[in-house]
Design a protein around this ligand. Structure first.
Ligand SMILES: *Cc1c(COP(=O)(O)O)cnc(C)c1O
Length: 221
């Protein structure tokens, strides 16, 4: 078994006083690892790749909560929207419109987070404050009726500079508070294996942890 149970218990005890939720990020990891962690009581799992997620969805029984945390292409929404619990990475209006369209087709409502760009790296995706505000205004005007925007998601820069990470997470929390009167707006998804403690201290309600639970990822298998 390659899951780190000691870290799993440690992280659970750390997040308890914050009332935050743990999403176990299982991308590139085998189904057996997911089943092992489910046996410990973990329900929420995060995946980044559509094909990998659909395969795992078929292999694993229903009592799991799938979070899509990666960059989602509009033309792939149709493969996952019906079974995904929360889409974290809404980074364009085009993508949100597609999720809305697919949800409407199947008579559902999809829960989504707006991904906000907070890092200083051009490689990360996300909306800026103005784009996020425009999307929320469309909702207020009665559009995007098959979407519930549950909150915001962000990824801090990959840096050793703790103060910079703190500034980025604090900025995201400030924006979250600005939007908080929106209906159903209750989720601030920020914090990964290397920075979840800072994220929790900055007001995260949902951390996404991969390598601390499943070990380092090997992308060239
Ligand atoms: C991979 C990934 C994570 C988990 O990263 P770790 O550093 O392994 O905890 C969290 N969020 C997103 C968006 C990811 O892509």
């Amino acid at each position: 078994m390659s899951i780190n149970l000691e870290n799993y218990q440690k992280i659970n005890s750390i997040i308890a006083p914050y009332h935050a939720q743990l999403v176990a990020v299982s991308k590139t990891k085998p189904v057996e690892d997911i089943l092992s962690l489910m046996q410990e009581g973990q329900i929420a799992f995060g995946e980044n790749y559509v094909q990998e997620l659909t395969e795992k969805h078929e292999a694993i029984p229903e009592n799991i909560e799938w979070h899509f945390i990666g960059h989602l292409q509009s033309n792939k929404v149709k493969y996952i929207h019906e079974f995904v619990h929360l889409i974290h990475g809404i980074d364009s209006l085009k993508l949100l419109n597609e999720v809305n369209k697919q949800a409407e087709k199947s008579g559902r409502t999809s829960d989504c987070l707006l991904q906000i760009f907070i890092a200083d790296e051009a490689t990360k995706f996300g909306l800026d404050e103005k784009e996020a505000t425009e999307i929320l205004e469309l909702k207020e005007k009665g559009q995007l009726n098959n979407i519930r925007i549950r909150g915001l998601m962000g990824m801090a820069s990959f840096t050793e500079d703790q103060q910079q990470i703190k500034n980025e997470f604090s900025g995201l929390k400030k924006l979250f508070d600005q939007f908080k009167q929106q209906p159903y707006f209750d989720t601030l998804s920020m914090g990964m294996s290397g920075d979840y403690q800072i994220a929790l201290d900055c007001g995260s309600t949902m951390i996404r942890i991969g390598s601390a639970l499943f070990g380092a990822r090997n992308y060239n298998k």
